[in-house]
Each structure stands twice: as structure tokens, then as C-alpha cells.
Design a binder for this molecule. Sequence first.
Ligand code: SF4
Length: 397
Amino acid sequence: MDSFSLPARQKLLDFGAESSRLAWAAKDRGEPVGWMSTKFPAEIPAALGLVTCCPESQAAALASAGQGGPLCSAADGLGFCADLCSYSRIGLALAAGCQEGGSRIPLPDFLLCCNNICCNMLQWYQNLARTLDIPLFLLDIPYTAQNEPDGELIGYLRAQFSTLTRRLSAFVGRPWQEEAFSRACRGAVDSALAWQEVGELLKDPLCPWDGMELFDYMPVLVSRRCDPRTAGLLRELGRELAALPQAERPARARLMLEGTPCWPHLRQVLAPLRQANIRITADTITPSLGFVYQDLDGLLRAYCGTINGSTLAKGLADRARLCRERGVDGILMHLNRSCRPWSGVLPQLGRGLAGEGWAVVSFDGDQADPGGFAGAQYATRVQGLLEMLEKGKEAGA
Ligand code: SF4
């Protein structure tokens, strides 16, 4: 049995897929449904019993299914510039009804946006609010050059939290209850701890499964992290993964994938790695969902600490620590044309990681627009990485 045939895997995927059915069912009952940005505090809508959909997760799923190209083209046809992030272009195309056969997620009645991952998100949601004529509830987390948010920033966020929850509660006509909020936070923290436990399995050099698999479970962590069932399902998955027979020999090399995966070309990206018995045992995104906290200030601090919201120094330290923990030999960086706040710092981060001894190569691509990737360039870069790793081994022998 391999990891793909584990019963817990299927249960978790079904649980994640249930989110869109829940959203349609809520619509049928006449309840408001929201669209929520990935790193908006999910604890807020959960406390109010609201159903939300994440258009970024939806865009990633559509891009993996080969629909990124047509939807990006549809957004171009609506007048949106091709230089915009492809997730936002897909989200705008979905909102305009451009998906063939109809969207898998219903149109929103309200929007929950946090700009802690980029400013593009805010422009995207402002456009949705205007064109759909629905309210936008914004949590403004400005970028700061501090490694940790200070008291002034936390005070600013606490004041916003109070206004936002009051306004949202009035809009949906449901009372804000501290006990419900605490319950949602406990669920989120427990899910995060269970998620960390699954990720830790990748530290074992004989771990038989590839870390790319963790991306399959991300929609659950984004949309249902506050649900008390999520932690249980993740722990079940962890137990089944841990019980798999170990690999007969360690991988030829272990890599960290930096950046959002190039979803439209994922098979092409992974094929040469699998052929060469190279495993991905670390990435930047999946650990970022395993954050825990103790109280409201801790929650607000945690939502400041996004990948794009971190300083260069913190980003470098976090990656170096992860690479050491997961026994990483080399780093494959996806210069994702869509996510400029992220890709913009990667050359400097790459130099920092190379300076600490890791073999680093990068390739060009896009998370959802198939046009941003060149197979020949990718093959050359992977070949270069293999050569660097071999040379490193010879030098260390
Ligand atoms: S620019 Fe990056 S962070 Fe912003 S919406 Fe696009 S992918 Fe997400």
C-alpha cells in the first residue's frame, strides 16, 4: 500500500471537497456565503457559523485541472491585464460567470479580505465588491520592516478586529459570541498542531512518501481549520502515513520546493525528480499553515507572520531552519511570475541560502497561467541542480 491508497487520505479529500457543497447548500437555505482570502482569520466567520469559499484554493484546483489557461484568457477578455496575479484573474473570471459549465463555488454575498499576503488581494476584492455590489470586510495588516509585530501594530489590529466583528455580525444578523470564537480558535490550533505532526514525518530520511502530497490537503487547512473534525482526520492520516513501510534506501537527494507549485505543469515538474529518486521533503507554503497561538493578540501576531509579510532576515532564518530540520540538500525555486511580492525577494533569499551551503537553482513559471513555464529551461535547471548535488557529495566524500 502507498500513501495514495490510504483510507484517511480519501476521507480528508472528501472532507475538503465538501466545502463547496456546504456553500451551495447554505445558498439554497438563503444564508449568506462569503469569499475569503487565504490568510484572513478563518476563526471570525467560523465563530459566526458562516460558510466561506476561498477563491485562491479554487483557482489552484482549476489550474491543476487544466482550466487556468481558458480562465486567464477570459479575464484578459474582460479587460484585466495579463500581468496581474493569475489567481486573481481566475477569481475575477469566475465572478463574471466565465467558467464553462458554471462555477464550483457560488457567488459571494460578502467578502473577507486581509492584505497580509499582498496588496493585489485588496485590489482584487475591491473590484469584486464594486462589480457584485456586496460589502467588503477588510483586516488591514500593513507590511512592516520588523521581524515581530510591535505593540502599536497589535493595538491597531485589535481595534480593527473589534469593528470588523461588530460590522460583520450586524450584516449577517448573527450575534458575536466570545464562547463560539474561543471554540473556533481551539479548533484552529488543534488542526495546526495535527498538521505539524504530519509534516514532521518528512524528517525521517526513509520516509516513503513525497512532501508534495501535503498540498492536496491544503484546502482543508484553509477552509476548515476551525472545524473540530479536521484535527482528528489529520491525526488519522498521520497514523496511517507513519505505519507505511519505510523506503528501502534514502532518496538520492532531498529538496525544498520554494514558491507556489507550477500547477499547470506539475507532472512535468515532478517527473525528472521522481526519475532521479529525488524527494521533496520541504516547501515554504505547507508549514505556514501550522501556526498556533494562545489568545487574541497571539492570533493577530500569527496572521502578521505570512510568507510575504516577513522580512528578508526572518524569511531566510525560517527557510534555513526548515531545510536543516528536513535534511534538505538542495533548493528548487519557482520564480512564479504571478506572485511578485514573493518572487521579487527570491534571488536575494537564494543567495543567502547558497551562502549557507545549499545548492540552489531557480526556474520560471506561473502558478496558474500555463504560458509562464518553459519545459526546456526547467530541464536544464534540474540537470544543473543534480550536477551541483553530485559535486557537493564528491567534495564531502
Ligand atoms: S500575488 Fe501572490 S499572494 Fe497575492 S493573491 Fe496572487 S498568489 Fe496570492
